[in-house]
Design a protein around this ligand. Structure first.
Ligand SMILES: Cc1cc2nc3c(=O)[nH]c(=O)nc-3n(C[C@H](O)[C@H](O)[C@H](O)COP(=O)(O)O)c2cc1C
Length: 412
């Protein structure tokens, strides 16, 4: 059976997405130095909320203000003890939830801890304080001297988490999910991608522990499974729990381990799995061998997940730019949900175009050029600069939406 973009999707918890086009998580950089929802953040979701999206995933919300990903992420500032004792906090987050959902679109908050990938000087940790990680393995941005140097400057060396650290961070994830449920959001998505803390635990390259949290794919999954079980105990039954994995964080050599971990996540009753890391739809045929290999692995990862776990609600994110591409993925039964990132920052109402049948297929698309690199960036390794440029550029467009300014696609 094949589905159409306008079909609703019901998750195991009972939550219904009114259609299959979901705005992917994108760090908005709008929470200021206070790391709280601001009027700008609320305004941008007020705009996205009117876009006929099937669901809105927020940008990452950090579970500990001492360990944040980018300088203006929203974050939890301390223990959350329930709405009776934190009325102002809940009111603040409720404003944000209302802006997202007032037009009938469910909003899911992406909750996150960067672990060893917390930039030096961000958050309230202090400039020289170490980061935390499953094992004390520093971030390696590449093999050249300049990549090594950039890694040392950007990220302090991590220290191995103690059992007490693990208990604290587990509680922080649970607290954050509970705050989001109390504030009226429809669910959370655990950020298990981009080399962040959950991924650091799942991955044998960054987790060489020999205790209950390391040594086998099952033990490496214990951290995230405990978080999911803990969240289930404090949120309503219809509150959604999803997780995002990035295929680029995994490899052929650990493919079966990853599939074992996905099985465990399903047994822990996740409502959906989002996979990103490549491009399903492919409007630009010319790409480097490195990119082509990454994208082939992304497709292999997604197809194998679908084959092994056909009942899992699967969202694919990466490269979708047109109605034809998105419908092709659904017709092939590659996924249930289509995740849209960068186009959402140029056209906050992008789904309206895709769903409007009076617009011909050939016009129902938003192709985007690569963000051009300024000349002074050419001395840096292209893969580091490339990702940073795209994030900075499209983050800037989110800022423009929040100010009511016209957005601008990258020039040809
Ligand atoms: C400005 C920007 C910020 C992003 N922030 C996040 C984030 O907070 N969490 C996350 O999981 N992915 C983040 N991403 C990745 C997107 O969710 C998505 O996986 C990626 O952009 C690929 O989809 P696209 O080709 O539709 O843009 C970000 C991407 C951009 C462009």
């Amino acid at each position: 059976m094949s589905f159409s973009l306008s079909d609703a999707v019901k998750l195991p918890c009972g939550l219904v997405f009114p259609n299959r086009i979901v705005k992917a998580a994108m760090a908005e950089m709008l929470a200021g130095f206070g790391h709280n929802p601001t009027p700008s953040l609320v305004e941008v979701y007020n705009q996205w909320g009117q876009g006929s999206w099937g669901g809105l995933l927020t940008g990452n919300v950090q579970v500990d203000v001492n360990h944040i990903g980018s300088p203006f992420d929203p974050a939890l500032h301390g223990e959350y003890k329930g709405k009776e004792s934190c009325e102002t906090l809940v009111e603040n987050w409720s404003n944000y939830a209302r802006a997202c959902q007032q037009h009938g679109t469910p909003a899911i908050v992406q909750i996150s801890h960067p672990g060893r990938q917390s930039f030096r000087g961000t958050g309230k940790r202090g400039f020289f304080a170490s980061t935390i990680a499953p094992s004390a393995i520093p971030v390696q941005m590449g093999t050249s001297f300049i990549e090594w140097l950039m890694g040392c400057i950007a990220f302090p060396a991590p220290r191995e988490m103690t059992q007490a650290d693990i208990d604290t961070v587990t509680r922080q994830f649970i607290d954050t999910a509970r705050l989001m449920a109390d504030s009226g959001f429809s669910g959370i998505e655990l950020h298990g991608a981009h080399g962040y803390l959950i991924d650091q635990f799942l991955n044998p390259k960054t987790n060489i522990r020999t205790d209950a949290y390391g040594g086998s794919p099952e033990k490496r999954a214990k951290f995230v499974l405990d978080i999911i079980r803990g969240i289930r105990e404090v949120v309503p039954v219809n509150f959604c729990i999803g997780i995002k994995l990035n295929s680029a964080d995994h490899s052929l050599s650990t493919f079966d381990d990853t599939m074992t971990q996905i099985r465990l996540l399903i047994e822990a009753k996740i409502d959906f799995l989002e996979v990103s890391g490549g491009s399903y739809e492919d409007p630009k045929p010319q790409k480097s061998a490195r990119t082509a290999a990454r994208e082939a692995f992304f497709l292999e990862f997604a197809r194998e997940t679908r084959k092994r776990f056909p009942n899992l609600v699967l969202m694919l994110t990466g490269g979708f730019r047109s109605r034809m591409g998105a419908e092709f993925a659904l017709k092939e039964n590659a996924c249930d949900l289509i995740g849209i990132g960068r186009p959402a920052t140029i056209d906050p109402k992008f789904p309206r175009m895709l769903l409007d049948e009076s617009i011909p297929d050939e016009q129902a698309q938003l192709l985007l050029n690569k963000v051009p690199a300024p000349f002074f960036t050419r001395i840096f390794p292209s893969h580091i600069i490339g990702a940073g440029l795209e994030t900075t550029y499209y983050g800037g467009q989110i800022g423009r939406i929040s100010k009511g300014l016209k957005t601008v696609a990258p020039p040809a």
